[in-house]
Design a protein around this ligand. Structure first.
Ligand SMILES: [Mg+2]
Length: 200
């Protein structure tokens, strides 16, 4: 069960940015550890590689319809993530603006960043929510963050991103979402009965 910090009641302020880690969160595999290259992605079977392909597509579509921003925060390789996301949800939804990787932060993709995912969350939040660093301090609860790393999730929570969710071995899937949506104040957000698998 993934929620590290639960709230007793639904939130009065709805989150405005949803951020996923990539490997072992959006994906059920670790693309970096598996050595998957950008050119390999076209030949990958998405149903095998993505934790819950139909649900993720539906979820992102629903988020965009609701005016939420979406983003990826990963220590992996940008080009690989971009290639996957273009296949998963179609081109144009994810780009260099909302895929944060170490190469955007003065490091090399594939390396962990000092500060874990916190610098990425801060940067994404300011950019995607058009918030100044001062405003961000008041808006960290507007960000939902999913990651399979305990260290990353704890680091985020300790830095005020209280709606950070630890993803277990299932990855980001409908079942996990149903377990965490109410504590996140998002119980009416995503109607799974309207799953759209048209991009499969
Ligand atoms: Mg991961």
């Amino acid at each position: 069960m993934g929620v590290v910090k639960k709230r007793d009641s639904c939130l009065s302020i709805r989150p405005k940015l949803i951020v996923w880690d990539f490997d072992l969160t959006v994906l059920s595999i670790h693309s970096w550890a598996a050595g998957i290259r950008q050119k390999d992605v076209a030949d990958r079977t998405l149903y095998d590689d993505v934790a819950d392909l139909a649900f993720f597509r539906h979820f992102v579509q629903r988020a965009l319809e609701q005016g939420f921003a979406v983003a990826i925060a990963s220590f992996g390789q940008y080009e690989v993530i971009q290639a996957y996301m273009d296949r998963i949800v179609g081109r144009g939804v994810f780009n260099r603006e909302n895929i944060a990787t170490p190469s955007k932060f003065g490091s090399k993709d594939g390396r962990a960043l000092r500060g874990g995912k916190v610098p990425m969350l801060k940067s994404l939040a300011c950019k995607m929510l058009r918030a100044s660093p001062q405003e961000l301090s008041l808006r960290k609860s507007d960000i939902i963050f999913f990651d399979d790393s305990w260290d990353n999730v704890c680091g985020a929570i300790e830095n005020g991103f209280i709606h950070s969710v630890l993803v277990d071995c299932r990855g980001f899937c409908e079942q996990l979402w149903n377990e965490v949506k109410c504590p996140l104040g998002m119980d009416n957000f995503c109607d799974a009965s309207k799953l759209d698998d048209s991009l499969a």
